[in-house]
Design a protein around this ligand. Structure first.
Ligand SMILES: O=C(O)C(=O)[C@@H](O)CO
Ligand SMILES: [Mg+2]
Length: 255
């Protein structure tokens, strides 16, 4: 199996080009990031070319982070900013050769927020379609992101089916799904046609996948047996030296 290092959490203390080099040295097959915009795309692209890794995905910017914002796309009245963020993410993705853009919804609720999110995602799909990019939406769990608009795979499925554009897909983050809904194996099976990317971390501490309440040895085999062969995103937060032991990676790459 193949694995992507999420550089929003792994080697996050380094400039993004150096984090890409570290992921390559550690044996990852690909990388992905959160918000790369502070780093010149040319430097990121050069590090990708030097290592041979591809950048799987990046997120739209969150808005006013100092005010606690976590995305703009479901915020009624903020459509102009949300669409600028989408445009920015597409430009950056094209500059570095990234495949997927995660359009972040933000903290909101209700029908107006739903309609706003659908409108902005429809815009994102129309803008991304000529470039063979995938637009992702990701349910986040209520412990880490209380008040976030998108929280369950059912809600994401409804939105994806309503927009009905094949480039709009689900980011299935096993960590968030376990915290909100559980039943990971059945959900992976049922949602497979809608899934554009899979991420993972231990539950509940968001550490490496070789501990916690989920058995990733089993889940990785379920994913493999489903015929899903894209790299899986290691999106976890190492907290101590032992969390940098990547034995799990080399074992899972043999599956
Ligand atoms: O938190 C996650 O999970 C992510 O995948 C981020 O990109 C969004 O906050
Ligand atoms: Mg995630």
């Amino acid at each position: 199996m193949k694995f992507s290092a999420n550089l929003g959490f792994l080697w996050a203390d380094r400039p993004l080009p150096d984090a890409i080099r570290a992921a390559h040295a550690a044996g990852f097959d690909a990388v992905e990031c959160h918000w790369p915009y502070d780093f010149p795309a040319a430097e990121v692209k050069a590090a990708l070319e030097e290592t041979g890794l591809s950048m799987l995905g990046l997120n739209t910017r969150r808005g006013d982070v100092t005010a606690g914002e976590n995305g703009l796309a479901a915020l009624p009245g903020r459509e102009t900013e949300a669409r600028e963020a989408i445009d920015q993410s597409i430009s950056y993705a094209l500059a570095v050769g990234a495949n997927c853009i995660h359009v972040m919804a933000g903290f909101a609720s209700g029908q107006q927020a739903h309609d706003c999110f659908v409108g902005n995602l429809t815009y994102a799909c129309a803008k991304a379609a000529p470039y063979d990019l995938t637009i992702l939406i990701e349910p986040l769990n209520r412990h880490d992101a209380p008040g976030y608009f998108l929280t369950t795979t059912g809600q994401a499925r409804d939105i994806i089916e309503k927009i009905a554009n094949p480039i709009l897909k689900l980011m299935f983050d096993c960590y968030h799904v376990q915290l909100m809904e559980g039943d990971i194996s059945h959900r992976l099976h049922d949602l497979l046609p809608l899934i554009g990317h899979i991420q993972f971390a231990s539950v509940p501490d968001r550490g490496p996948p070789d501990r916690g309440e989920l058995n990733y040895g089993h889940i990785f085999q379920v994913i493999r047996d489903l015929g899903y062969d894209s790299p899986l995103g290691a999106e976890y937060k190492p907290q101590g030296m032992s969390d940098w032991d990547l034995g799990w990676l080399h074992d899972a790459q043999e599956l």
